[in-house]
Design a protein around this ligand. Structure first.
Ligand code: FEO
Ligand code: CA
Ligand code: CA
Ligand code: CA
Length: 594
């Protein structure tokens, strides 16, 4: 009815109720299609997907596994087509291979997994007057990048001793990008890809820095070190230093070598989203997704050149190599005694305060006592430790509002906050044993993204709205959807923030939500879709006519396997579960949520 479909412009749909259906559920009056699934052919010569006869060669020409970040870029001169770029974060071998023996993977299985990681570029075609999208196979821009593809290290740490290996004595050429989680799209038409939990691929770490990055001292879970010595840190101790970067890809040049931008630091990069200063310099906001890790920004010293000329494009591909890397320190404005760890609002009615950006390094100059610039870039977490950056509740995706410039940071959860000797609640991370997470809103001083200080407040404190610890920007809680574990964030054309979740702790499936960020409906959160069993919702893109999501790791539940599937999505009984990209649109052909 009308009462349910009113709301801020862009959010006028009937909210989807929390549920545990093994499907993608969308609002009444909306339809969806699976755009592309794991294993669908995208390159010339790729075979159709055959779960029982999969090969590494086939996989290297097919869409990868566990789609996460998505970007859609315009494609001039080809009517109704756009360029889709997708991250393939990791592989779920037990859901990919019948009879998988995790102690003894075969070389073919390992090489399939190598080929199923990385990035895909695939042109997609719109259906006339609907939001449906289908892949254009064999388009000349289509591309796969995976664990044996070549990447170039650029910026101030490239070529340094910490990045040299026996196969790359120059320290400038890396094979593979691993665990690409979220990312970003630049105003100059490239995409950014965060290399997140790269630690899991390396075996036999031993240094204190390996430990700070979570690299284990024993064999790795996937046993890749048995098949390529670069994953064995006893043999190649610097190889792990070559993952954990932000990758920049030019999807319009299928022959280009993607770059790992060392100026943006090395940590478990969730995402990287730029905003331009008034004079055209990009500022990239970035989270390190780990409990008690930090939030960063990079401020370029170079201005973006406008226009599509070759010279402008070449110049813009150097913007992320020169500038200053900063880490955030946040201070609350309420007395510590009013932050009791339960999430109860302090007496001033808000979790809010001020912050400073602490410079870590500019080019070859370190600002951190006792660390060289090269060490700051390669061991950025240790630099954050030294300067006393604020330990956050897992900074995931980040998005500056294209309208207000305010930056929204998803802090997904932190079950260890206040546990044992761990830091307890502070005003920005106000709940101990934080199960549901929060979203922080950051306003740079003078609205200048290169500023060295900012104001912040919590925009949402997630959970069941009946839980007194939750907060929805002050909006009446009886009118909002429950939400748990915000992960990816994106803006729609109306200035509403859309939030996808990973790991819902309220007993229903993950999903996608929209919330107004300005006006009298600020804080009115509405659920737009839910995903199948075991899945997380990733990579949302909200265009006028469609919403795109990546359904990641469907069926990933304890005890699940090819033989014992716990989800039948998307292809029904008897088929493997397949991570896939989904497009949603309105059946009456009108814009989303208006
Ligand atoms: Fe890959 Fe932080 O989620
Ligand atoms: Ca306060
Ligand atoms: Ca994520
Ligand atoms: Ca996640």
């Amino acid at each position: 009815g009308k009462g349910k479909t009113d709301g801020a412009r862009g959010l006028r749909f009937e909210p989807v109720a929390p549920n545990t259906a093994d499907q993608v559920t969308v609002p009444a009056g909306y339809a969806h299609n699976v755009v592309i699934r794991w294993g669908e052919p995208i390159l010339r010569g790729a075979p159709a997907f055959d779960a029982e006869k999969q090969t590494a060669k086939a996989q290297a020409a097919q869409f990868g596994y566990n789609n996460d970040f998505l970007s859609l870029l315009p494609l001039r001169g080809e009517h109704g087509r756009q360029v889709l770029v997708a991250n393939h974060e990791y592989t779920d071998e037990v859901l990919m291979f019948r009879g998988y023996d995790s102690e003894n993977p075969t070389r073919e299985q390992v090489e399939i997994a190598w080929a199923a990681h990385g990035l895909s570029v695939v042109v997609v075609q719109e259906e006339h007057r609907s939001g449906k999208l289908t892949p254009v196979t064999r388009h000349h821009l289509n591309r796969r990048l995976h664990t044996t593809s070549e990447f170039e290290l650029t910026g101030p740490a490239a070529g340094g001793d910490l990045l040299k290996t026996s196969s790359d004595p120059e320290g400038r050429t890396v094979l593979g990008t691993l665990n690409n989680c979220a990312g970003g799209t630049t105003p100059w038409g490239t995409t950014l890809h965060g290399e997140e939990n790269f630690n899991q691929y390396f075996a036999y770490g031993s240094s204190p820095t390996d430990k700070r990055y979570g690299i284990g001292t024993g064999a790795s879970e996937r046993k890749w070190e048995r098949f390529d010595k670069r994953f064995d840190l006893r043999q190649e101790p610097n190889e792990a230093h070559r993952q954990g970067w932000v990758v920049e890809l030019d999807p319009y040049d299928p022959d280009s070598t993607p770059r790992k931008r060392t100026a943006l630091g090395r940590f478990k990069h969730e995402a990287a989203q730029p905003r331009l200063t008034a004079d055209g310099r990009p500022v990239v906001y970035m989270g390190d997704d780990e409990r008690f890790d930090y939030f960063y920004k990079f401020v370029s010293s170079k201005r973006m050149k406008k226009g599509g000329s070759r010279a402008a494009r070449e110049h813009n591909l150097t913007l992320l190599d020169e500038g200053t890397l900063y880490v955030a320190k946040l201070t609350g404005d309420s007395p510590a005694a009013e932050i009791d760890g339960t999430g109860k609002l302090p007496n001033d009615g808000e979790f809010d305060g001020s912050g400073v950006w602490i410079p870590l390094a500019t080019g070859d100059v370190s600002h951190v006592p006792g660390m060289t610039a090269e060490e700051v870039y390669v061991f950025t977490r240790l630099a954050g430790d030294k300067v006393g950056a604020t330990k956050m509740d897992r900074p995931e995706d980040v998005e500056p509002s294209p309208r207000s410039g305010r930056v929204y940071v998803a802090l997904t959860n932190n079950s260890n906050r206040g546990k044992g000797t761990n830091p307890g609640a502070d005003e920005a991370n106000p709940r101990n044993l934080n199960k549901h997470g929060q979203i922080l809103e950051l306003a740079e001083h003078w609205d200048d993204p290169s500023s060295d200080g900012f104001a912040w407040r919590l925009f949402l404190v997630a959970g069941d709205p009946n839980d007194p610890a939750t907060y929805f920007a002050g909006y009446p809680k009886e009118k909002v959807s429950p939400i748990s574990c915000p992960d990816n964030v994106a803006f729609d054309p109306h200035g509403n923030l859309w939030i996808s979740t990973d790991g819902n702790q309220l007993g229903s499936h993950d999903g996608l939500f929209g919330v107004a960020t300005h006006g009298e409906r600020r804080g009115e959160l509405k659920q737009f879709l839910t995903v199948p069993k075991g899945a997380e919702t990733c990579g949302p893109i909200i265009q006028d006519r469609r919403v795109l999501v990546a359904v990641q790791h469907p069926g990933e539940l304890d005890g699940a396997s090819v033989e014992n599937p716990m989800s039948q999505w998307p292809d029904g009984p008897g088929k493997l579960v397949r991570p896939s990209v989904v497009s949603v649109w309105r059946t009456d052909g009108r814009d989303i949520g208006v």
